[in-house]
Design a protein around this ligand. Sequence first.
Ligand code: B16
Ligand code: MG
Length: 215
Amino acid sequence: IYKACLFDLDGVLVDTASYHYQAWKQLAHRFNFDLSLEQNEELKGISRVESLERILQWANYQANSELKEIWLREKNEAYLNLISQMNPGEILPGVLDFLGQLKELGFLIALGSASKNAEIILQKTGLLPWFDAIIDGNVVTTSKPNPEVFLKGAEALDCSANECIVFEDAQAGIEAAKAAGMKVIGIDTHQTLKGADKIIPTFSGVDAQSLLQFK
Ligand code: B16
Ligand code: MG
């Protein structure tokens, strides 16, 4: 009954979290704030604008909207600079093999990411040709945990929600998938995700057929 797999990008297919972290950390120095790794974890899956809002809150710093715009641009420029060097070697372990298995099983594959830079990353890493549809931060108006990104993914593939399986590494993404009425598999090395239908630590050695069976 399952026809499609919807993948989050950062933390599922590639690890861009460390690039986001470097770029935000650098930006936060502008208001004398030192962003911690734990705080960066909380930014996973949420949009750029919302990430800045959270950081400003942690820093207890007020900024007007023009300044925020400048900072958002600045952060993104730093981030783009970092990801411009990305290559296929940065695809997370087991991902390519898993995508290959999905194609063989006849699954449709879509991206469901909050990032506005998703397509560049897919291009740089050579992942782009695997995708039948790309839903990213440029086409959604609400962030995860809102289900919009995954509902649009299902629509683009001409599937209903109960035919889709989502792969996510962030709590907001798990919640978005559940709110969309989809099955969700958490990618979680630290066992901190709640509410997923199944959890795998990585795609390494995963057999798609048995993983995608649900009672
Ligand atoms: P951008 P995902 C998310 O990607 C990241 O996890 C999150 O940290 C980031 O703020 C968001 O993309 C927006 O990224 O600044 O490139 O538009 O996990 O939804 O693939
Ligand atoms: Mg993610």
